[in-house]
Every structure is written in C-alpha cells, then in structure tokens.
Design a protein around this ligand. Structure first.
Ligand code: GDD
Ligand code: MN
Length: 369
C-alpha cells in the first residue's frame, strides 16, 4: 500500500423506514469522498416506506453507494453485522440513518482510531463533552440503567466506557472480522455483543457525540428490545453457556408460575372453586400465557399470527402436557429412589420438564432447530 493512497472507509447505515432522513444524510456523507476512498452501505430490511427504492435511485448516480436489501430477516444487530461483513474498507463506521448521529463525528472517530493505535472507537452520548438533544428523560434513565448493567457484565478493561449501547462506532475491519463474524445477532445492541465476546482484548476509546433529535419518523426501539437486552446481560453472566433463547424461555416460565398461583387463588377466593377445580384452569391459564409471551418475545423472529397462532397454542399445550405427567413421575421416582427430599425431588422434575418444553416447543411449535 503506498503512503499517499487514501484510507478506504466503509460507512454502514442500517435503515428501516427512513425515507424522510436517508437522502440528506447520504448527501452529507458523500462529501467525505474527497478525504477518503469512500464506500456507503445501506442495509435496508425491506422498509415499507420506499427507503429501498430511494437508495437504489441514488446508488445509480453514486458508485460509492451500495444498497443491501434484506427480505424476511430483520433486526438492527443483524443488519449491522451483515453490513460490516460486506464492507471492503480498512476502517468501518456504523451509524444511525435517522439524523441522530452527525457526519462530523465520522471524522473525529476515524482520526482517533488511526491516531491512537486502537481497534474500536465508540461515539458516546454520555461522554462529559457530549450533548444530547432528543433523548427523552425516560430513555435517558433507561440508557443509564442499561449502561450500568452492561458495565457490570463486561470485562473489567471496558469499565471506563460510558455508552455500551451506542449505535455509533468505528473499527478496523481486518483485525476485527473474525470477532464480527462471531457476534450473536439475536439482540438489538451489536456493540454490546461485540464487547462481550472480545474477552477484553480490544483497545477501545470513546469520542463525544452531539446526539440530535430525529428529523422524521419514529424510533423502532420497543419492549422486545429491552427484553433482548436483559437476556444479553444474563447470557453474559452465565459465561455465555446458556443459550439466549433458553434464558428467555425460563424467565417466561417463571412468570407462568406466578400466573398459575395467582389464578388458583383468585378462582378459589372469588369464584368459590375447590383447589381440585381451580388447578386445571390455572394450569391452562399459565400455559397459555407462557405461550403468548414466548411468541411475542422469545420467538418473535418466528412469531405466529392468525390461525397459526391458534394451532400453535394447541401444539404448545400438547407438548407441555406430556412433561407434566413426566414431572409427577420423576418427582416421585426421585423421592422414592434417590432421596426423601420433596424440594429436590420437585426441582429435579421441573428441570427435566423445562429442558423438554424448551427443546420440543422450539422444534415443533416455532420450528426452530
Ligand atoms: N436494517 C434495519 N433493521 N435497521 C433498523 C432496524 C432493523 O430492524 N431497526 C432500527 N433500524 C435502524 C433505524 O432505521 C435507524 O437508522 C437506526 O437503526 C436506529 O434505530 P432507531 O429506531 O432510530 O433507534 P433509537 O434512536 O431509538 O435508538 C438509539 O439509541 C440506542 C441505544 O439506546 C440508536 O442510537 C441506537 O443505535 C442505539 O442502540
Ligand atoms: Mn434514532
């Protein structure tokens, strides 16, 4: 590589319904072409507002611009991963496409990355010199909480960072590609996952962001994303041994226990049923609520709707009824043959039921391996 050859920079821009924002941003970014050998990669998840068509038109005029259009796959983290794996730059920058991140931060992040022999530079909203416009108080509290749990669950070397959830970061592609390839994309937060699997080996620093209010449209962050984040933290804390979906399934299962206990109480107290009458209803209520929550959270990328939702419920009840019998069998076998201890006998039964339910319903209800 000759000394005067400009640095090749790939900017990865995930989009979902950003028609009102993307063009102005792309035009601003294209002006960086003078300084770098530029590549702009828009990763669009089949937006319904015509973002893909607009970018396609622009790409005809600008050879630096490429559109990656994904059908039937979705999720911010997976879009970022795909963009990074397709990028051909020496350096890649990931940023939001809604105008909340500013092109000037790109320059600052790249010069920091190159100047200080680093692997990764994060644009931080919580750096002492950062400015935040357009982050509601609720979101800011949420981010603070999320950052605190992230700090606690990540390698100690990253303790001094302030924005583990940022959607803006710059990195060196060649050394990081193997790691990027290994990032688990079942989450919203690509950056957190990258840090979590790096085992503290990355040289990282932060630059302040001037975080702007969104120009058009609205945020795609929803409850499911917070759920994913909670799962990510527990996954890290389990030393990444427990599968993420199994953790989610277990938490939902725990909520089912609460539903069952509560329903039994209510039916007995208010409807005057006996325990024997209330129990089957409560078990059905708990199983159905587990099913619906798992469908909305644990398996939301395979989410069932309409008639399939009803069919799925029947399958789920079928799948779950077998181990209920097994549970009783196991618990009594443990009690008679292993130890006369009711607590451990029941826990042994519950563990087996959990593994069965998780494996069987992943396979037969939501058709995932
Ligand atoms: N391809 C693709 N697929 N892009 C997506 C998806 C998706 O499923 N979901 C969101 N995006 C794009 C949006 O179009 C936008 O360009 C960017 O990802 C960020 O999404 P927003 O919906 O604007 O997120 P936010 O502003 O609420 O969240 C901000 O804070 C988070 C941390 O709290 C962003 O900066 C996030 O990047 C950041 O993680
Ligand atoms: Mn945004």
């Amino acid at each position: 590589m000759s000394a005067c050859k400009p640095l090749r920079v790939s900017i990865v821009l995930p989009t979902y319904n950003e028609r009102g924002n993307i063009e102005a941003l792309l035009r601003q970014l294209l002006t960086l072409q003078g300084r770098f050998d530029l590549e702009l990669l828009v990763v669009d998840d089949d937006s319904t507002d015509g973002t893909g068509e607009l970018v396609r038109q622009l790409a005809r005029e600008h050879p630096q611009l490429r559109l990656i259009r994904r059908i039937g796959r979705s999720g911010l983290a997976s879009a970022i991963k795909e963009g990074l794996l397709d990028a051909t730059g020496d350096v890649a920058v990931v940023m939001d496409s809604d105008g909340q991140h500013e092109p000037v931060s790109v320059l600052q992040a790249i010069s920091t990355l190159q100047g200080e022999a680093l692997d990764l530079v994060i644009g931080s909203r919580f750096h002492p010199e950062a400015q935040i416009h357009g982050l509601s108080e609720r979101r800011e509290t949420g981010s603070n909480w999320a950052n605190a749990s992230a700090r606690f669950s990540l390698p100690g070397r990253y303790r001094d960072l302030s924005d583990y959830m940022s959607g803006f970061f710059a990195l060196k592609l060649d050394p990081l590609l193997p790691l990027i390839r290994a990032v688990d994309v079942n989450g919203f937060k690509f950056l957190y996952e990258l840090l979590a699997i790096s085992r503290g080996r990355l040289r990282v620093t932060e630059v302040p962001l001037q975080f702007q209010a969104r120009s058009y449209g609205s945020s795609k962050l929803d409850l499911a994303i917070f759920w994913d984040f909670l799962i990510s933290i527990l996954h890290s804390l389990s030393l990444r041994l427990l599968p993420r979906r199994a953790i989610s399934f277990a938490l939902v299962g725990a909520s089912g226990v609460a539903v069952q206990l509560l329903t039994t109480q209510l039916l007995m107290a208010l409807a005057g049923l006996t325990f024997g009458q209330a129990l089957p209803v409560a078990v059905m209520a708990a199983a159905s609520s587990n099913y619906l929550i798992n469908n909305a959270l644990t398996f939301r990328f395979q989410r069932l709707t309409g008639l399939a939702l009803v069919k799925g419920l029947l399958k789920f009840l079928l799948v779950a009824s077998l181990p209920v019998l097994a549970n009783v069998g196991l618990a009594s076998a443990y009690y008679s043959f292993v130890a006369r201890d009711t607590l451990w006998a029941q826990l042994a039964g519950i563990l087996v039921v959990f593994v069965w339910n998780y494996a069987a319903s992943s396979r037969f209800v939501w058709n995932t391996p």
